[in-house]
Ligand binder design. Structure first.
Ligand code: ADP
Ligand code: MG
Length: 588
């Protein structure tokens, strides 16, 4: 009988395993850096050539290895990090599988030099395609240096599979960047093709972030930290007006390990809900610490996927911490006038103001002159009625005190301590009503305006179904509705914000907007109803407002949770600071 099943030779088994652990040069870089970190290094240098395909060299000042350890480090499942099953339940090192060095060595030419500082002599190991060529004494100063040449030289299929040098370089950069972001206490140097790409000293996290993302962006980030029994979460959140299309620039570190977890990312997006335009994603850098016993990192060879013991409580914790941090911020975008506004600002979520408008607006004499005359007219009539006796001085102080104007029956301009603010009256009212509606869904008691003359509305069968479906939510919102026959409803009461005379139109508009949105089935009916109500009951562009109405609108706006965007994600207000104006008029 012939035997067909054979045990693979170790070297072949390693090559196969290598395919899982080392998919590309960046994976080798990641594994080597992780080993340096696990060896308690303070300083790590990474040198690569040709996107890592000809050379990857990682040098650290960590604990180094004895000769005995150095000789077996390249064996598969050789690890100093775990020894019994229980260790696997509580992993505190980055490595633990004992596969990386074996995998790397099986598909490249490696030279390792290492020395434990307390030992006189170090060790050099040369290994090629998994076969040890040399183990000798060495004079390495302390720590470990691993040089990996010609990765995948003996697995042509994989070598051919590599992308361009540039792409491989980008992947390596990403790996180094993530380490830089999670270990600000490390000194890191990254050299690619003889260019120094990063040269970072140990520094506080804020500084580290600004070295990586630049000062300007870093200044716009919102820092937060929170702690409860379950998690410790800190990090940096991008302001919504700096969000961008695509998902780049999102970092989640779990116990200092860069991980990808859809659920947690989703929790973050959820917290940004209504702050962002569709398709835009915020920049975030999150540091999450959880008891390592409650996390399983042994899900995938790359160790980038994780499983949590109680994922849904962690989801909720992350969501609430981030929501809280965002809503405690003043998220009003300030307008930075650039010389080329229309070409540099293309996102709709970013305040986009035609330069010509600003030119008109920021000629102070002209604008104040115009406003002065318009309002003087109104005022003089009013004043005459109020009191003929007010003297010139008093009139002047009154004019001086005026800090709020409506322009084109559409925008409100308000003077604030450090500049001016421009508010879209419809969007502002929408935000206010939307939050009111949401509050009403949960609060006790009902706020409703009884109608003197109940209105009878004839509905189509489809609309009747919607009204029936939404009945209890409409009631909570403030409507009092009675069904009469099959498709007739009588409206007895409405939310107090609805203008007299518009009761039945607004109810019908709410229904039709609700229908329009029907495709977005993921949105809860309550949420849709709140949005439709806010949109339809809000004052519109074109509605004239009195000073008092404007004041009350602004006051209410700044009492909302998120005064920065309307429920559809459009901006509500912009600020133009004095600094910006001074810059514009070359007053420096
Ligand atoms: P793992 O990191 O999963 O233990 P590796 O194959 O990456 O497996 O490394 C094998 C062993 O070699 C490690 O457990 C560690 O003891 C040793 N080692 C690897 N790199 C270094 C280093 N830079 N400094 C000190 N020891 C190292
Ligand atoms: Mg390792």
């Amino acid at each position: 009988m012939s035997q067909t099943i054979k045990i693979l030779p170790q070297s072949l088994a390693n090559k196969i395993a290598a395919g899982e652990v080392i998919q590309r040069p960046a994976s080798a870089v990641k594994e080597l850096i992780e080993n340096s970190i696990d060896a308690n290094s303070n300083s790590i240098q990474i040198i690569i050539k040709d996107g890592g395909s000809s050379l990857i060299h990682v040098i650290d000042d960590g604990r180094g290895m004895s000769k005995e350890d150095a000789s077996i480090a390249f064996h598969r499942h050789a690890t100093s990090k775990i020894s019994v099953y229980e260790d696997l339940e509580c992993i505190t090192t980055l490595g633990f599988r004992g596969e990386a060095l074996a995998s790397i060595a099986s598909v490249s030419q490696v030279e390792m030099r290492t020395r434990m500082k307390q030992l006189e002599i170090g060790t050099k190991v040369k290994i090629e395609g998994g076969s040890i060529l040399e183990i000798s004494d060495d004079t390495f100063p302390g720590g470990t240096s691993i040089q990996v040449r010609n990765l995948f030289y003996n697995t042509p299929a994989r070598r051919n599979f590599l992308k361009s040098i540039n792409t491989e370089y980008r992947h390596i950069y990403d790996v180094v960047e993530r380490v830089a972001l999670s270990y600000p206490e490390l000194s890191l140097k990254f050299i690619a093709n003889d260019d120094i790409i990063l040269n970072l000293r140990p520094s506080p996290i804020q500084e580290r972030i600004s070295e990586i993302f630049g000062n300007k962006l870093t200044q716009t980030l919102i820092y937060f930290e929170e702690k409860n029994e379950l998690i410790e979460l800190s990090g940096f959140l991008g302001r919504p007006d700096y969000s961008r299309k695509g998902k780049a620039q999102q970092y989640l570190f779990l116990n200092k390990r860069f991980v990808v977890n859809r659920n947690l990312s989703h929790a973050v997006y959820q917290a940004y809900e209504h702050l962002l335009e569709k398709g835009n994603f915020p920049l975030f850098i999150l540091y999450l610490s959880i008891d390592p016993r409650k996390v399983d990192v042994n899900v995938h060879p790359s160790k980038m996927e994780v499983k949590f013991e109680n994922e849904s409580s962690i989801y909720r914790a992350v969501l609430s911490v981030i929501r809280k941090s965002l809503s405690s911020q003043n998220l009003i975008p300030s307008v930075q006038i650039e010389d080329n506004i229309s070409s540099t600002r293309s996102k709709a979520s970013t305040p986009n103001i035609e330069q010509t408008d600003w030119k008109q607006l920021i000629q102070p004499d002209k604008i104040i002159g115009q406003m002065g005359s318009k309002f003087e007219d109104e005022r003089s009539i009013k004043l005459k009625f109020e009191s003929e006796a007010i003297n010139q001085m008093e009139i002047e102080t009154q004019i001086e005190k005026k800090t709020i104007w409506q322009v084109h029956n559409k925008y409100i301009i308000k003077i604030v301590s450090d500049g001016i603010m421009i508010i879209d009256q419809h969007a502002a009212h929408e935000r206010i009503l939307y939050e009111k509606a949401r509050a009403r869904f949960t609060q006790e008691g009902k706020e409703s305006q009884q109608l003197l003359f109940p209105q009878t509305i004839q509905l189509s069968p489809g609309d009747t179904t919607i009204v029936k479906q939404l009945y209890s939510d409409l009631e909570r919102l403030g409507f009092t509705i009675k069904f009469f026959g099959n498709s007739t409803v009588i409206v007895d009461g409405v939310p107090p914000e609805i203008k007299p005379g518009e009761e039945s139109t607004i109810l019908q508009e709410i229904i039709s907007l609700f229908k329009e949105d029907e495709q977005q089935i993921r949105i809860e009916p309550k949420e849709k109803l709140a949005k439709s109500f806010a949109c339809k009951a809000a004052i519109k562009a074109g509605d004239p407002l009195s000073d008092n109405e404007m004041k009350s609108l602004i006051e209410q706006l700044f009492n909302t949770e998120i005064p920065y965007v309307c429920p559809h994600g459009r901006p509500v207000s912009l600020k133009l600071s004095l600094t910006e104006l001074d810059k514009r008029f070359s007053r420096t």
